[in-house]
Design a binder for this molecule. Structure first.
Ligand SMILES: [Mg+2]
Ligand SMILES: [Zn+2]
Length: 185
């Protein structure tokens, strides 16, 4: 069985731009290359799990999401850092694209994206971690049975800090800090 770091995308790996869908708008958060490389070197899969309701809202298509993904991979390459898989939820119940305007099992806080990755890649969730910038990320990680979940204050995390504290969440300032903390557990 493999073990993994499940990573939210926007606000964790790349700077949070509202409904990011243009490769040229991708900017990695500081230190992300090195942090992902540490995940790789420690023998964990790095699996991105991202809500992309902009698809259901008709703002962009999966094709554009894939172009952003390629750009993220491109930016990580010179740092010898590798994201092993990307899982997206394109759904949103009140969206405008009928195909995706459904109540699904994969929009975080639901754990469907993680459960799919766990099944597809043979991951042991109890040996795996989740890092996100929203409480909904953390809930998905818990629902999927992760060993620990950490909130980072990049992206939306800063806005969610009070709620996170009220729930006694583990909070770190960035992906690199969160990875370092979790690898030392
Ligand atoms: Mg996020
Ligand atoms: Zn979904």
């Amino acid at each position: 069985m493999k073990k993994a770091f499940f990573l939210d995308r926007d606000g964790v790996i790349n700077m949070d731009v509202d409904y990011l869908h243009k490769p040229e708008d991708v900017v990695l958060c500081p230190g992300v290359g090195k942090a992902v490389r540490k995940i790789n070197e420690a023998g964990y899969l790095a699996v991105v799990v991202s809500n992309q309701s902009g698809i259901a809202r008709g703002m962009y298509t999966l094709r554009e999401v894939k172009a952003v993904e390629r750009k993220i991979r491109e930016l990580l390459e010179p740092e010898n850092a590798r994201l092993d898989a990307f899982y997206y939820c394109p759904h949103y119940k009140d969206g405008s694209v009928p195909e995706f305007a459904v109540e699904c099992a994969c929009r975080k806080p639901k754990p469907g994206l993680l459960l799919n990755a766990i099944r597809d890649l043979g991951i042991d969730p109890s040996a795996s971690f989740l890092i996100g910038d929203q409480l909904s990320d953390l809930r998905a990680g818990e629902e999927a049975g992760c060993k620990a979940v950490v909130m980072v204050t990049t992206g939306q995390g800063f806005r969610n800090l009070e709620k996170a504290r009220a729930e006694n969440r583990i909070v770190k300032s960035s992906l690199p800090e969160a990875v370092e903390y979790l690898l030392a557990l």
